[in-house]
Design a protein around this ligand. Structure first.
Ligand code: ADP
Ligand code: MG
Length: 140
């Protein structure tokens, strides 16, 4: 295994409930290191672009509205096999299916308002990191 990077978002349902620290702690305890972080208000265009792969899905409009309903915290995470480590601690998309002890099982409100995003591959991680961060904003 190698040390790699992934991209994470603490979603509006979580920032609204002041869970930024609690979620970051779970990421850190899973062996991930925050090497870049910023709290932003996404624009509609930014959210549509980020989730463009889901543009044809029936939930796309609602998802974009949710993602711009409040601030988010975008982060770059570094660690051994970071994509998998992050997906494992995040848990299944639907909190009803998420394992005990995962972020989504612990905090998610619904399949949509599920508290966290994590990249699903190294390739997408690189694309998603570049979507929100300049190289000089990432300090490992
Ligand atoms: P994940 O975030 O686990 O990678 P997806 O990439 O499939 O899941 O979906 C992206 C996001 O879209 C989810 O995290 C969730 O916020 C939302 N979403 C996914 N499926 C649904 C659904 N059936 N209804 C409403 N929102 C959904
Ligand atoms: Mg996904």
């Amino acid at each position: 295994m190698a040390v790699t990077r992934t991209f994470s978002i603490i979603k509006p349902d979580a920032t609204r409930r002041n869970l930024t620290g609690a979620i970051t702690k779970m990421l850190e305890e899973a062996g991930l290191r925050v090497v870049a972080s910023k709290r932003i208000q996404m624009t509609k265009e930014q959210a549509e672009g980020f989730y463009a792969v889901h543009a044809e899905r029936p939930f796309f409009g609602d998802l974009v509205s949710f993602m711009i309903s409040g601030p988010v915290v975008v982060q770059v995470l570094e660690g051994e096999d970071a994509v998998k480590a992050n997906r494992d601690v995040m848990g299944a998309t639907n909190p009803a299916d998420a394992a005990e002890g995962t972020i989504r099982k612990t905090f998610a409100e619904s399949i949509e308002a599920n508290s966290a995003h994590g990249s699903d591959s190294d390739e997408n991680a690189a694309i998603e990191i570049a979507y929100f961060f300049k190289p000089e904003e990432i300090v490992g």
